[in-house]
Design a protein around this ligand. Structure first.
Ligand SMILES: [Zn+2]
Length: 119
């Protein structure tokens, strides 16, 4: 990842970039405790390298979006729950207004993620 979660995310080799807009639904941790942000799927668009983007099923019912050339995983998408999981937290969370419904939070937790609420 060469950029923060806002804006453009480019894989290691630069072949694939994703454009991310808006604000994350929530922040949290993945199953290994790494910091991740949860985004609505419609906030994510392929900027370039659609031909190099390898979308393959992961082991939790979602899809892994990775670069065919450098193998970097850019995000995990969960179509049926309508969110994408990206590594890292936005640098500026001051504007963060999570609008995570409780059903969606439950779904995240069922998938093994932890949601950090801004208490
Ligand atoms: Zn790449």
């Amino acid at each position: 990842m060469s950029n923060g979660p806002y804006g453009k995310i480019t894989c290691d080799c630069g072949a694939v970039s994703l454009l991310v807009s808006g604000a994350p639904l929530a922040l949290g941790q993945d199953t290994k405790g790494a910091r991740v942000a949860f985004w609505p799927l419609d906030a994510v668009q392929v900027g370039q390298g659609a031909d190099e983007l390898d979308v393959s099923p992961d082991d939790r019912g979602g899809d892994t979006w990775a670069c065919r050339r450098c193998d970097e995983c850019l995000l995990h998408a969960h179509d049926e729950a309508d969110f994408a999981v990206m590594a890292g937290h936005p640098e500026d969370t001051a504007d963060l207004a999570p609008e995570l419904s409780s059903s969606r939070q439950r779904r995240l937790e069922e998938l093994g993620y932890r949601v950090v609420t801004g208490e």
